[in-house]
Design a protein around this ligand. Structure first.
Ligand SMILES: CCCCCCCCCC(=O)SCCNC(=O)CCNC(=O)[C@H](O)C(C)(C)COP(=O)(O)OP(=O)(O)OC[C@H]1O[C@@H](n2cnc3c(N)ncnc32)[C@H](O)[C@@H]1OP(=O)(O)O
Length: 349
């Protein structure tokens, strides 16, 4: 595998932040746009804002929710500066606001709530939404298939490609199409999609698929003395937070993966082929973390599209841990996605 293809899965490098002060950070590398887009990938902004805020909280606090807005399209040619503002420090919760700037303009903002680690004895009501049949299950090869081979067969085979090319010029560009295959094959995430994901004529309210992060990320517990150190010196910059040394990186990697493909699945709910939009950006992004997501294990995702109206489309995802079957996170996102008239898309396709 070439060096550039290996780099595509290196989340640590993609998301690396350089401290400017205890509460300000700048990206080490330029914030790339995903294939098919002009602006910086939204998942980069969400996950870097979370990473920046993690540098400012004691280790015994973990992220419980994140609410963010994409204000201006990110420029892939300019580094991003993140400022973390401390809104409140309590015994149970810490509120942070992260603002991202490019060219001295606010492009993104994120509110992140951290909750203190609770002991088991303190627990009150307990409930997990659980899929018992998911426990220790791998994606069934009769139903799901690795994304790059599926894309090559269902989109790039000559007969299918001519139908997609009638929808958008980008399908006439072979170099652009090979970037999609590379992104599926070597990108930070690995997908197992249902075989009809790219075009399904059946009516459905839910789409299920599997996703996991390629780069190994530790799930080992923190060294205990670090949190007390930070509690006593809250302004000190912690040591680097990386996939190898800090299990909290699973939250960061999850934030990155949670903005990928969610919005692109909207046509699936309308019996239309994926990629038939003429303009697509995410407006906001919300994550509720229900536990530490183990991003190297297959995460089973159930996506729904409760409302599409006036070019605004709400997508909601429930992410299940495939070792336990328990819900790991819930995500909501509204996108501004512009499509042509449905009958025109059908007539062309
Ligand atoms: C095919 C596969 C592609 C894979 C894509 C993966 C998608 C992943 C999801 C993402 O990562 S999206 C990235 C995160 N989200 C953003 O960056 C959105 C940031 N927010 C904005 O860009 C603006 O707030 C927003 C466009 C939503 C607001 O638009 P407005 O219409 O109110 O503002 P304005 O009129 O100033 O237009 C802003 C820009 O949007 C463009 N625009 C708006 N509506 C458009 C439209 N219908 N068609 C084309 N361009 C449009 C408009 O031309 C203009 O471009 P320029 O800045 O280059 O001048």
């Amino acid at each position: 595998m070439s060096v550039s293809k290996m780099a595509m899965s290196n989340l640590e490098k993609i998301l690396e932040l350089v401290p400017l002060s205890p509460t300000s950070f700048v990206t080490r590398y330029l914030p790339a746009a995903p294939v098919g887009s002009k602006g910086t990938f939204g998942g980069t902004l969400v996950s870097q804002s979370l990473l920046a805020s993690l540098y400012t909280v004691p280790l015994n606090f973990f992220p419980t929710s994140l609410h963010s807005y994409f204000i201006k399209g990110g420029d892939p040619r300019a580094k991003i500066t993140y400022h973390v503002q401390n809104l409140r420090n309590g015994r149970n919760f810490i509120h942070k606001q992260v603002s991202a700037y490019q060219h001295d303009k606010l492009i993104f903002t994120s509110m992140i709530l951290f909750a203190v680690q609770r002991s088991k004895e303190h627990d009150s009501l307990q409930h997990w939404e659980t899929i018992p049949a998911l426990q220790d299950r791998q994606p069934d090869s009769h139903e799901y298939e690795e994304a790059s081979s599926l894309f090559e067969r269902e989109v790039l085979s000559p007969e299918k490609l001519s139908r997609y090319a009638s929808l958008s010029d980008r399908f006439q560009d072979a170099a652009e199409m090979s970037k999609y295959v590379d992104a599926f094959q070597y990108g930070a995430m690995e997908y197992q999609f249902p075989k009809d994901v790219f075009y399904s004529a059946r009516h459905t309210d839910e789409l299920d698929y599997f996703v996991r992060v390629r780069q190994p990320i530790t799930t080992a517990e923190q060294a205990g003395n670090e949190s007390s150190l930070q509690t006593h010196h809250p302004h000190r910059i912690p040591k680097s937070i990386s996939p190898a040394n800090d299990a909290r990186y699973n939250y960061v990697a999850f934030a990155y993966l949670s903005d990928s493909y969610l919005l692109l699945t909207i046509p699936y709910f309308h019996g239309l082929p994926l990629y038939c939009h003429s303009f697509s950006v995410s407006l906001d992004h919300t994550i509720y973390f229900h536990q530490l997501p183990h991003v190297n294990d297959w995460i089973h995702l159930k996506v729904a599209n409760p409302r599409s109206h006036w070019d605004k489309h709400l997508v909601q995802g429930r992410y299940f841990d495939s070792r336990t079957g328990r819900i790991a996170a819930s995500v909501s996102q509204e996108g501004y996605v512009v499509y042509g008239a449905e009958r025109d898309i059908r007539a062309k396709f």
